[in-house]
Design a protein around this ligand. Structure first.
Ligand SMILES: *Cc1c(COP(=O)(O)O)cnc(C)c1O
Length: 383
């Protein structure tokens, strides 16, 4: 039996103990945490929709009509007309034939990967993929091959060497700790050449990438992607609500309804959340100025950081990591910002490679220019 007290003390000693802070306001650029007001660069609420009144209102109206709970799994009586309609809207939104809702992105990744590859299959994964994709590959019992981040030559070598029956290439589209993009068109070409699925996890791209916010496929103008493409987006980040969906061919969705265990053996999400996501989609599509604003805030940050001693990593997305290097320096910087009323997390190994500790600055359309300037001033003082 593990000695939990001792192990926790060990984490404390290594500076690796994680603790939760209590959010007492809605999510946004300005939040109240543990009784104190902060300017926050620490959420995934990229479009500033998490606390949007029209989305909350849609949830309220649906709850008044249908109640709070789904009451059953989708294959029993939990599949509500609000879920069903939303799936059609989501498929249309990303330009794919069909879509399927899951309760969370984590569950979707576990369910999809295990439904598409098994013991005699192989998963080819970018080294920097999200933890849920790593767990999905392990759970599938497929051969798990990780290629160097963004390295197509390495990936092709692994594909060529493999004699697995079913192959699946899995990648984040926007890498969550680096903010850079996966080379999707080249990955699709490799998937075609080696007859593999291409599974795109667009958790940080949906709502943000593309002029209309349709995500990574719009960004790369992949308008008629083929049937080996499996697209996932989460609905708790830019969309500001909760849940996830997988999109692809009709046959894919039918297969997942029958085989994805995290779809089958779990209660459907509350229908009111489907109503909230529908309202969010209207804002994502109807208010492109949120993305324009985000792009201008990213520029402002990049310009301001140029006079600081640390570089930003190469990213054009709202994830703008400031590369510090040393763990303790990164922690000291995050602490210094917190003393100045600014929340911005220090990300350290093992989440990122040794020697690449960073501040993960996450921007939102809800930030004001003055918020960016305040962050830059504080960093200047701490430099
Ligand atoms: C957040 C995230 C997930 C998990 O999505 P949830 O809906 O929060 O469970 C999956 N993949 C990536 C890349 C993520 O960033």
């Amino acid at each position: 039996m593990i000695d939990l007290e001792a192990r926790l003390a060990e984490l404390d000693g290594q500076g690796l103990r994680r603790r939760r802070r209590v959010l007492e306001s809605g999510q946004g650029a300005h939040v109240t945490v543990d009784g104190r007001d902060f300017l926050s660069f620490a959420s995934n609420d990229y479009l500033g929709l998490a606390a949007h009144p029209a989305i909350a209102e849609a949830a309220r109206t649906a709850a008044a009509e249908y109640g709070a709970g789904a009451g059953a799994a989708h294959l029993l009586t939990g599949h509500h007309v609000l879920h069903h309609r939303l799936e059609q809207e989501l498929a249309e939104f990303v330009g794919l034939p069909a879509a399927l809702l899951f309760s969370t992105g984590y569950m979707a990744n576990l369910g999809v990967v295990t439904a598409l590859v098994g013991r005699d299959g192989a998963v080819f994964a970018d080294r920097l993929n999200h933890a849920s994709l790593v767990d999905a590959a392990l759970l599938s019992r497929a051969d798990h091959r990780r290629y160097r981040h963004g390295d197509l030559t390495h990936l092709e070598q692994l594909l060529r060497e493999s004699d697995a029956k079913d192959k699946l290439i899995a990648t984040d589209t926007v890498f969550s700790m680096d903010g850079d993009l996966a080379p999707v068109p080249e990955l699709l070409a490799l998937a075609e050449k080696y007859k593999a699925w291409l599974y795109l996890d667009d958790a940080h791209g949906f709502g943000v990438l593309g002029e209309q916010g349709h995500g990574v496929l719009e960004h790369y103008r992949l308008t008629a992607p083929d049937s080996r493409l499996v697209y996932l987006a989460t609905l708790g980040k830019a969309a500001g609500v909760s849940g996830a969906f997988v999109a692809g061919s009709e046959a894919l969705v039918e297969w997942l309804v029958n085989k994805a265990r995290t779809y089958i053996y779990t209660t459907a999400t509350p229908p009111m959340l489907a109503a909230a996501v529908s309202a969010s989609l209207k804002l994502i599509a109807g208010e492109p100025q949120r993305r324009v604003r985000l792009a201008s805030l990213i520029d402002r940050l990049k310009t301001g950081v140029a006079s600081l001693p640390w570089p930003l990593m190469a990213s054009d997305t709202p994830i703008q990591p400031l590369l510090i290097g040393d763990n303790h320096d990164a922690l000291r910087l995050a602490d210094g910002l917190r003393e100045r009323g600014i929340l911005c997390p220090a990300i350290r190994p093992p989440t990122v490679p040794e020697g690449s500790a960073r501040l993960r600055i996450s921007l939102s359309a809800a930030h004001a220019e003055a918020d960016i300037d305040r962050l830059l001033t504080a960093l200047g003082e701490l430099a």
